[in-house]
Design a protein around this ligand. Structure first.
Ligand code: ADP
Ligand code: MG
Length: 248
């Protein structure tokens, strides 16, 4: 589904990703762990197509198509979703407006009919319920005044509404209390754990992986994947730390 080969990427002329290769098939959940500054968020941004992140070598294909050749909105319409480490606030735009516009612009791009206001609200209510986010939150301006945990849950509601084929979630578990972590973990399972979908979870901690069991765990260090294992690799990391696991 997603195939990354020898990816090199730089920001402002500084190379951050240094030959990263990774293949994710439909039905799989992969976790990426790694020390601060390893390039995890950079990988997420490169996949999402954020300006300023220059790919200098290598390739990324998504369902056989050259992802790097696609504009960010084309990637989204093709089913790529990016959950941000730091969700942005958008004053003056309500969550409902924002989400409906995001969904309908993707639908138009795919040649599908836009949803009416009523149809959209029904969908939004269902997904907000799944993430235990009060509908009142959806009427407020996007993320403005939301707590860290509410922002992350809001992102997951957005993911539920957009129903992507592939999700890259960058530290979705950071800033969540124990209860919110469970809700978000179960939300990710409900939305993404399907045979035709796949997800890449970027996380520092094992705790999210207690809810969303990864099929593969990769350690990203200094711009490339240095170790790959199963769910047990994350447990080992938690117990022993990066230095010891990477040296082994
Ligand atoms: N806008 C930027 N300009 C210059 N360097 C950056 C920028 N963003 C990130 N970096 C650098 O890229 C490296 C990788 O960052 P990042 O991908 O955020 O790491 P991680 O998410 O693994 O903690 C770090 O050394 C960071 O300082
Ligand atoms: Mg990061």
């Amino acid at each position: 589904m997603l195939k990354i080969e020898n990816l090199h990427a730089e920001i402002d002329g500084k190379e951050i990703l240094k030959g990263l290769s990774l293949e994710v098939n439909a039905g799989e959940v992969h976790a990426i762990m790694g020390p601060n500054g390893a390039g995890k968020s950079t990988l997420a941004y490169v996949l999402g197509g954020r300006p300023g992140y220059d790919v200098t070598q290598g390739s990324v294909t998504f369902d056989g198509k050259d992802l790097m050749d696609m504009e960010p909105h084309e990637r989204a319409a093709a089913g790529m979703f990016l959950g941000f480490q730091y969700p942005v606030e958008i004053p003056g735009v309500s969550n409902v407006q924002f989400l409906r516009e995001a969904l309908n612009s993707q639908r138009r791009e795919r040649g599908e009919e836009p949803l009416s206001g009523g149809e959209f609200l029904k969908l939004a209510k269902e997904k907000a319920g799944l993430l235990k986010l009060d509908m009142e939150m959806l009427k407020r301006n996007v993320n403005v005044g939301f707590s860290g945990g509410e922002k992350k849950r809001n992102e997951m509601v957005q993911m539920g509404i957009l129903d992507p084929a592939f999700a890259v979630l960058d530290e979705t578990d950071s800033g969540l209390d124990i209860d919110a972590l469970k809700v978000v973990g179960e939300g990710i399972n409900a939305i993404m754990r399907q045979p035709e979908k796949a997800a890449l979870l970027i996380t520092h901690y094992q705790r999210l992986l207690d809810y969303v069991q990864p099929d593969f765990v990769h350690i990203l260090s200094a711009g490339r994947i240095v170790k790959t294992g199963g769910a047990d690799l994350a447990k080992k990391l938690e117990a022993d730390g990066y230095d010891e696991v990477m040296a082994a």
